[in-house]
Design a protein around this ligand. Structure first.
Ligand SMILES: Nc1ncnc2c1ncn2[C@@H]1O[C@H](COP(=O)(O)OP(=O)(O)OP(=O)(O)O)[C@@H](O)[C@H]1O
Ligand SMILES: [Mg+2]
Length: 478
């Protein structure tokens, strides 16, 4: 540890014991989160539940599907109460019944401080990264760590800055700085500190001069210039300066800093020798040069340190959500890995979604019978299953209407009815996809509103899967 102002000279000014209240600083989490992939769900703003947990028929952009929304609301509550880690939930239902939409609504209801990592089952297949490795990486993206650090700092306006020189102990003509005397002024008194020459360099680097407000971290000795004291605000200055008030309270005080990181952030920071600085510095003992790959061993080391910090109460585990859409795309090996990972002491909540019924498990031998949702029975037994149901015609109409509004389209009532009818006859997805091309046709035709003709024309131009297959069959291709 760098020698800090632990070598403080006795304060010259009268000081009382340092009993200043801790200052709360909350930092924005590092931007390592992944944004949602499509804009198909941009009308979804959350689960739209009332405070008592019951679902409004139309709220938060969500229409109908009340039972599933209420169930997801319970899951959100459990996650927030941290009672859910290491569990898995399966959203099961037909295509276009809102499973992906529900998962995104869960993430919106959880807020930005709980990590949410969405992937699609097929994403783990790559020729460069092993699938279990990809799965593990996403697992760790979904586990947050809230680190609460109380930093001891000296903060104030610089009222004295005098380096003390001595003969160079190595001989020669030059003189060296033996130490630096600095006086800091805060609202409740002034303190004189004797600092190590290494801190003098930091001070020079920050270009600190008399009248600046700075703080010095007590145990690392790092110096930060906050700005120029506003007592000097009237002085003639060509440079753009930031004027700050003289800090409140004592010079010597405790500052509390809260930071949110994910375990994946820590893995990356430690795998790269020149990783981040702040919270990463607490993991500093793991920073060994030439580590360029995230290995199992590195993860275990990080887990050990993380567990230690949790036991000491310095850090708090925030299990987030790993959402695996189209989970039937995983194979037997990945499922086994997933089951094992769910049972480790540090594990997120896993939400799965599938629209398959009885399907063979990918990667399993032919002797294994098909399993529900393509998931092996030992994982199935651990799941809480939330079903989603097909929509009623009036619900489809509401969804189409919401969607038209979100896309900023002007659609006539008759056209809305026509699109919704396609939704009932074919599928909700098909109906929603008709909206945008129909609006293009309307614009080309010079009409400000999408009418029935445009919708009909679109239905002629773009087939749904059923009609397309029938057409090919009639032509003798299938
Ligand atoms: N209850 C709902 N309220 C509003 N919009 C909905 C609702 N259910 C689904 N949608 C919208 O309908 C479209 C299809 O839904 P979604 O993609 O969630 O279906 P899915 O169950 O994930 O289907 P698949 O099994 O094919 O993946 C999306 O644009 C979604 O936002
Ligand atoms: Mg989906």
């Amino acid at each position: 540890m760098a020698p800090g102002p632990a070598t403080t000279a006795p304060p010259t000014a009268t000081t009382t014991s340092s009993s200043t209240g801790a200052v709360q600083i909350s930092e924005v989490a590092k931007d390592n989160t992944r944004t949602s992939r499509t804009a198909t769900h941009s009308h979804i703003k959350g689960l739209g539940l009332r405070p008592d947990g019951t679902a409004d028929t139309n709220s938060g952009g969500f229409i109908g599907q009340s039972a599933a929304r209420e169930a997801c609301g319970v899951v959100v509550d459990l996650i927030k109460a941290k009672k859910m880690s290491g569990r898995a939930v399966l959203l099961a239902g037909g295509p276009g019944t809102g499973k992906t939409a529900l998962a995104l609504a869960v993430s919106q209801d959880l807020g930005s401080r709980v990590p949410f990592c969405p992937i699609v089952g097929s994403e783990i297949y790559s020729s460069e990264v092993k699938k279990t490795e990809a799965l593990m990486e996403n697992f760790r993206r979904a586990i947050g760590l809230r680190v609460r650090e109380t930093k001891e700092v000296y903060e104030g306006e610089v009222v004295e800055l005098s380096p003390e020189e001595t003969e160079n102990p190595l001989g020669g003509y030059g003189r060296t700085i033996s130490h630096l005397l600095i006086s800091l002024k805060a609202a409740k008194g002034t303190k004189k500190l004797r600092l190590d020459p290494s801190i003098y360099e930091a001070i020079q680097k920050e270009r600190v001069r008399l009248g600046d407000v700075i703080y010095i971290e007590a145990n690392t000795g790092s110096v930060k210039r906050v700005g120029r004291s506003d007592a000097y605000a009237t002085e003639f200055d060509l440079e753009a300066e930031e004027y700050v008030p003289v800090p409140k309270g004592e010079v010597h005080k405790k500052k509390e800093v809260v930071q949110d990181v994910t375990l994946h952030d820590l893995d990356v920071a430690n795998a790269r020798p020149q990783g981040g600085q702040d919270v990463m510095s607490m993991m500093g003992q793991l920073m060994k040069p030439k580590k360029t790959e995230i290995t199992e061993k590195l993860r275990n080391e990080i887990n050990k340190v993380v567990n230690k910090y949790i036991d000491q109460g310095v850090a708090e585990l925030v299990p987030g959500v790993l959402f695996i859409d189209e989970v039937h795309m995983l194979d037997l090996e990945s499922f086994t890995y997933l089951t094992r990972a769910l049972e480790s002491s540090i594990s997120p909540i896993v939400i799965l979604a599938s629209n398959r019924g009885l399907t063979p498990i990918r990667g399993a031998s032919d002797t294994l019978p098909p399993s529900a949702h393509g998931i092996p029975s030992d994982l199935l037994a651990r799941l809480l299953i939330i079903p989603t149901h097909p929509y009623q015609p009036d619900e489809i109409k509401s969804i189409v209407r919401t969607r038209a509004k979100t896309e900023g389209l002007n659609v006539s009532e008759a056209a809305l009815a026509r699109v919704s009818e396609a939704g009932v006859r074919v599928s909700l997805r098909y109906a929603l996809q008709l909206l945008a091309p129909a609006s293009v046709l309307a614009k080309v035709g010079g009409r400000g509103e999408v009418g029935v003709e445009e919708v009909e024309e679109c239905e002629g131009l773009f087939l749904d899967a059923g009609r397309s297959a029938r057409g090919l069959g009639a032509e003798g291709f299938m």
